[in-house]
Design a protein around this ligand. Structure first.
Ligand code: NAD
Length: 265
């Protein structure tokens, strides 16, 4: 049975993961947090204990991390040293943070995704289809999150913009909000971030042409969807070969068409 060690256990996602893990065939072997607490019946240890927890947990072990970039990069190295798998959903990572994950991925299996909701995976596929079908349309991406979110735009909005750019390489200019005299150019993708209340996460991709508007929207009803996807991905990641994987790899494994080379990259 896969054993989990959860970092940032007192955070919004840490709590959700520990609550969700209790309903799964997974052993929670430990959890870390900056303040000692008991979350979903698990006593948390200090972050410095992560290497020991990852080494001592029954194999195969996956460390599941939803914290902050400055924590995630160090944790990736610690977990690679301990020989466990590392799954992270932390967003706001820089290129050098991704390079740290890639270095860890040379030694152990690593999986990063900006969004662990299957609904958002479906949204990405729908966006690719819509952009392909509607050449020349203006595209704008808008996200809404709770007032405690630190990074903007969200990692998921960044991923959606990359999805649009892959299908429409002529859209090469990201415009983050508009202020003052700011006429739209043909090469723009507008990106807008709203912060309000306790919204778990909403993403909308708007495609507009003359007399024709398509809006593709995903709304997460709660963080449970991210926790469920992350735990599915953790079970898939346990015991894999070293490498850096994404949530699409997990979904492709569920998709019989992908086994015949029909998956979405
Ligand atoms: P949160 O602020 O509620 O929790 C963050 C946790 O990380 C806290 O326990 C905090 O103490 C800990 N932490 C922060 N900085 C740390 C440091 N330097 N060292 C050690 N611990 C540290 O945040 P959250 O809403 O749980 O989100 C956490 C991350 O996960 C964010 O980057 C968020 O964008 C991302 N997220 C991703 C997904 C996804 O599906 N990929 C879904 C939700 C949230």
């Amino acid at each position: 049975m896969t054993s989990l060690v959860v970092t940032g256990a007192t955070g919004r996602m840490g709590r959700e993961l520990l609550a969700a893990a209790a309903d799964r065939e997974l052993t929670v072997a430990g959890a870390t947090s900056r303040t000692a607490e008991t979350v979903a019946g698990v006593s948390t240890a200090a972050p410095e204990a992560l290497g020991r927890l990852a080494r001592e947990a029954p194999s195969p072990t996956v460390v599941v991390d939803f914290t902050a970039p400055q924590a995630t990069t160090g944790y990736a190295e610690t977990v690679a040293e301990a020989g466990a798998a590392f799954l992270t959903g932390t967003t706001g990572l820089s290129e050098s943070d991704h390079a740290s994950l890639a270095r860890a991925g040379e030694r152990v299996p690593v999986l990063w995704a900006s969004n662990f909701s299957r609904g958002v995976a479906a949204l990405r596929r729908a966006v690719t289809a819509a952009v392909d079908t509607l050449p020349g349309y203006d595209v704008e991406v808008t996200e809404t999150h709770h007032d405690g979110k630190r990074d903007a735009p969200s990692g998921t909005a960044e991923t959606l913009v990359e999805t649009v750019e892959d299908a429409r390489p002529d859209l090469s200019k990201r415009v983050h909000g508009r202020d003052g005299v700011a006429p739209r150019s043909e090469t723009e993708i507008g990106v807008h971030a709203r912060r309000a209340g306790d919204v778990a996460g909403e993403h909308e991709v708007l495609l507009a042409g003359d007399d024709n508007v398509v809006e593709l929207t995903h709304r997460a009803g709660s963080r449970r969807v991210f926790a469920a996807g992350a735990l599915d991905a953790a079970a898939w990641l346990a015991g894999r070969d070293p490498g850096v994987y994404g949530f699409e790899d997990v979904l492709d494994a569920d998709d019989p068409a992908a086994e015949n080379g029909g998956g979405v990259a």
